[in-house]
Design a protein around this ligand. Structure first.
Ligand code: NA7
Length: 544
């Protein structure tokens, strides 16, 4: 059997379920599997016409995970990991999507997923203790538990450039890429954005385009991913250790074991030892670089050393000094915006048909009928690729009109920034759960580890509620206030809030600047989750 994408199957037309799950990416798929095993009736609604979430939508050329394949896979099933062979150190999007389809087939998930359906609203009724969930397909279903498995980077966003609708060429967003692919051969292409998606797609688009212009607002730190095929021996060995490795990963800050954090502080190391550590980790590729010493994300002095090292490596690849000036990041510490892993990104700017335009100095004024206008100059293009990112972490949740107790709207409650207890629930919204929600480690960790951590916790919680005949669980305002303050305080001890990043909501005009993920690490966070569950869900109110 191949594991290409399979179409959704017909599902029954019931209108009441024990649980509704929004989204069929990694989180929704595993949540469905666990809740079914509890004997609950479950319906998943998914906007796409297949499973995959992030990996369903982000089909742009060069899309690749920045966490290593052997760690970026489910760890809950020995069978699944034994049957699946990863081929590359960092899996490309098609391989990850094939894997997700294989899991959906193996666990027979599709029969409970309604595809091509966007959830539009969820309303809580205190009298019945039930949620009413509505969709753009006219569904109107009742459920006791509502679980948002909506992903952290799933509300794709094109900035509101004047004239964007007048452009007469082709336009694409990396996060909503056409399934049939795009052929840029012989075309003049403009890529706007130099985050991970822009940095991954630029070298491949340059191979096809007759001319490529990249529009950069913020120069990003990027290092060679060091992608390569995995040997059969590596794959075989990983199968023997995956379950133990996953347990180990949960005891690390990032949910990763492909590198160890060096706990020594920068000043405790000799310059030679630091240089060697940075150099070894740069060569290793990936996020190992950010584990070079203990205070790299905590003090400007320590961070500067790593940032200078990174800039020197980047500078060495670029031939034209004028381009060096544009491409070298100089306005934020390394690692506080997501570090990018690339394959020949900087080298691409040594090609004669590739240009970079600094739109920090001269912001994009408008899109014309035939191109992009910046600094009073029109850059004519046949196609524009918006690699402009997402309304991260809250965009997809708040894209659903959620109304809790006493008519309170989640959008209003979160107007000054997301408020959750543990990133899992919000006061006033009983039986509503967020998987990897704001206030949890989520995007600062290996997402699969964090997803499994939340899904397992929610499953145990629902098991406790159903077996104890308890109708509802809801974060208390006190616990939530303390958690929000704790998350802010921890973030304030790091350098993270110093950059205009999507972690801070800074890429969305008008979005409150709040550092959204929990910086304390998957290990510490996991202990907290365990303690809360063991104390019979302390900080939550259980309702009979
Ligand atoms: P990112 O990382 O949010 O990158 C979006 C890029 O688009 C970034 O370079 C932005 O510049 C740029 N951008 C956004 N709005 C504008 C405007 N108005 N003008 C010019 N440039 C703009 O999204 P990605 O899809 O690349 O990556 C998302 C995550 O996916 C990534 O971090 C990995 O975790 C995987 P800015 O930096 O805001 O100045």
């Amino acid at each position: 059997m191949t594991h290409e994408e399979s179409p959704g199957s017909q599902i029954n037309g019931a209108s009441r379920f024990d649980a509704v799950i929004v989204g069929a990416g990694f989180a929704g798929m595993y949540m469905l599997h666990r809740l079914r095993a509890l004997g609950l009736s479950v319906r998943v609604f998914e906007t796409g016409d297949g499973v995959g979430g992030t990996w369903y939508w982000n089909r742009y050329p060069g899309a690749r995970c920045d966490v290593e394949s052997l760690e970026y896979q489910y760890g809950f099933s020995d069978d699944i990991q034994r049957e699946w062979d990863w081929t590359e150190r960092y899996a490309a999007q098609p391989e990850i999507l094939r894997y997700q389809n294989y899991v959906a087939d193996k666990l027979d998930l599709r029969k409970d997923i309604q595809f091509s359906t966007r959830v539009t609203s969820a309303d809580y009724d205190a009298r019945s203790g039930e949620w009413t969930v509505e969709t753009d397909r006219g569904d109107h279903v009742q459920t006791r538990f509502c679980i948002m498995a909506t992903g952290c980077l799933s509300a794709a966003r094109i900035p509101d450039f004047p004239g964007v609708r007048d452009f007469e060429g082709e336009t694409y967003h990396t996060g909503a890429w056409p399934h049939e692919g795009v052929d840029f051969t012989g075309k003049r292409v403009g890529v706007i954005g130099t985050g991970s998606s822009g940095i991954q797609s630029t070298p491949i688009i340059a191979e096809q385009a007759s001319h490529l212009t990249v529009f950069q607002r913020t120069a990003n730190f990027t290092l060679p991913a060091g992608n390569r095929p995995l040997s059969p021996e590596e794959v075989r060995k990983s199968k023997e250790t995956l379950l133990a490795d996953r347990e180990h990963a949960r005891q690390t800050p990032g949910g990763l074991i492909c590198f160890e954090y060096n706990e020594a502080l920068a000043e405790e190391m000799t310059p030679e030892a630091r240089e060697k550590e940075l150099s070894d980790r740069w060569t290793q590729g990936g996020f190992a670089f950010l584990g070079s010493y203990g205070d790299i994300m905590a003090t400007p002095e320590a961070n500067d050393i790593a940032a200078d090292f990174a800039r020197a490596q980047m500078r060495a690849v670029i031939k034209d000094p004028a381009i060096v000036d544009i491409l070298l990041p100089d306005d934020h510490p390394v690692g506080v915006k997501r570090l990018c892993l690339d394959t020949h990104y900087l080298e691409t700017f040594n090609l004669p048909h590739v240009d970079i335009v600094d739109v920090r100095a001269a912001p994009i004024e408008r899109i014309s009928r035939s191109g992009i206008v910046s600094g009073g100059r029109e850059y004519e293009v046949d196609a524009i690729v918006f690699a402009t990112g997402f309304d991260a972490m809250t965009g997809a949740i708040l894209g659903v009109d959620i109304t809790g107790r006493d008519g309170m709207k989640l959008r209003d409650k979160w107007a000054a920034g997301p408020r959750t207890y543990l990133g899992l629930g919000s006061a006033g919204f009983p039986n509503l759960f967020f998987i990897t929600g704001p206030g949890s480690p989520s995007v600062l960790s290996n997402m699969i580890v964090s997803i499994e951590q939340h899904v397992d916790w929610i499953t145990d919680c629902l098991s406790r509620l159903t077996s104890g005949n308890i109708r509802s669980i809801e974060a208390t305002p006190d616990a939530e206030d303390q958690w929000v303050a704790h998350v802010n305080e921890l973030a304030g001890e790091t350098l993270y809030p110093q950059a205009n990043s999507w972690y801070m909501g800074a890429n969305i005009p008008g979005k409150p600047r709040v550092f959204m993920p929990y910086t304390g690490g998957v290990d510490v966070y996991g202990q907290k989750l365990d303690e809360v569950a063991q104390a019979d869900y302390e900080g939550f109110r259980l309702g009979a």
